[in-house]
Design a protein around this ligand. Structure first.
Ligand code: NAP
Ligand code: ZN
Length: 351
């Protein structure tokens, strides 16, 4: 396999800062697209992976799965884009393409294992996959997204993970005009959940731990903000919601949120991965036919649907542009929930 070297930014160990590292990309194969990366959003999953929060990180780890760039090379069977086009790459770069999930455009639930944009198993090079904190990426055209031409490109990047991860449950649970939706946590995913749920016509409430982000949430389109650490405030929304999207990255008590679901309501966990503590009380689930669910990113067709919807409704992420050299500071700020509301790396800073 022909390869070439590119500059990237990543880490060699869970406790090491991110630094410049050279990595290899494959030369384009018949259906591949080579992209020069212009912008890459910074997801909390990047931080979890760099720090090995979930176990299983292979080093060097090069995060980044909210990628926007310019097509610089295409294989001879590519039909989706041409050299010079703008293209996006999200969290997925490969899947088997033949299992029941893949046949139903659910590549993220590929029964033979999907390939993440970083820390996945690269079927071509045999190494781990390397993400968007790099100069270039090479991806099969199936996993490329087309970007609406009316949107700010830097602010589109976060749609490729934060956008689709919240869009997919909104669509799966049939959110539309009049739905009562709540969002837990106002970070990258949370702020996109508010914008997308509003775009679909829902009435939207934010649960946040402090009143610090109330003004922002209302400006983003939320109809109300409830302070989750205030028991009386929580009581005021008992039995209210059809759907709650919980974006909190760390272990937390979800029982208080279940009380705010109406009959047949669902709380979808998209943030925290792992066992729950304190235990989950099934009494309100049974007495109210309530569900606790999870959801993983979204398939390629659904990601395109979300991008097209954002183009039509002029929806993008609220961003703070940083240089790649400031990524370690950005991670520290993300740990303090001090992000308004997504860092996006200007990748020209890596040159
Ligand atoms: P983020 O920007 O850091 O936002 C997380 C928000 O959660 C914070 O702004 C904060 O909101 C709240 N929060 C943080 N720590 C908390 C704690 N200990 N207890 C309660 N609330 C807390 O993170 P993100 O990029 O949106 O990602 C959120 C999570 O989703 C991460 O774990 C990420 O790995 C995961 N993720 C999952 C998928 C998927 O497919 N399921 C895809 C992408 C990301 P307030 O200040 O408003 O309380
Ligand atoms: Zn992500």
């Amino acid at each position: 396999m022909n390869k070439f070297e590119v500059k990237a930014f990543g880490t060699l160990a869970a406790d090491a800062p991110l630094n410049e590292i050279n990595i290899e990309r494959r030369e384009v194969l018949a259906k591949d697209i080579e992209i020069e990366i212009m912008y890459c959003g910074v997801c909390h999953s990047d931080l979890h992976t760099a720090r090995n929060d979930w176990g299983g990180t292979v080093y060097p780890a090069i995060p980044g799965h909210e990628i926007i760039g310019k097509v610089t090379k295409v294989g001879n069977e590519v039909t989706k884009v041409k050299v010079g086009d703008i293209a996006g790459v999200g969290c997925l770069v490969d899947s088997c393409g033949t299992c029941e999930s893949c046949k139903h455009d659910l590549e993220q639930y590929c029964l033979n294992g999907w390939t993440g944009t970083y820390n996945g198993k690269d079927k071509h090079l045999g190494t781990q996959t390397f993400g968007g904190y790099s100069q270039k990426i090479v991806v099969d055209e199936h996993f490329i997204l087309k970007v609406p031409s009316n949107l700010n490109l830097a602010a589109v990047a976060p749609l490729l993970c934060a956008g689709i991860t919240t869009w997919s449950p909104l669509r799966h649970w049939g959110v539309g005009k009049g739905s009562k939706v709540a969002v837990v946590g106002l970070g990258g995913l949370g702020h996109m959940a508010i914008k997308l749920a509003k775009g679909l016509g829902a009435e939207v409430t934010l649960f946040s731990r402090t009143p610090n982000k109330t003004k922002d949430a209302l400006e983003l389109g939320a109809d109300a903000v409830v302070i989750s650490t205030d028991a009386d405030h929580m009581k005021s929304v008992t039995g209210k919601f059809d759907l709650i999207i919980d974006t909190v990255p760390y272990i937390h008590d979800i029982n208080p949120y279940i009380a705010t679901l109406g009959v047949s309501g669902t709380i979808v966990i998209v943030g925290y991965l792992g066992g729950l503590e304190p235990f989950l009380n099934t009494v309100p689930l049974i007495l109210g036919r309530k569900s606790v669910a999870g959801s993983l990113i979204g398939g390629i067709a659904e990601t395109q649907e979300m991008l097209d919807f954002c183009g039509e409704h002029n929806i993008v992420s609220e961003i703070e542009i940083i240089k790649i050299q400031d990524i370690n500071i950005a991670y520290e700020r993300m740990l303090k929930s001090d992000v308004r509301y997504r860092f996006v790396i200007d990748m020209t800073s890596l040159k």
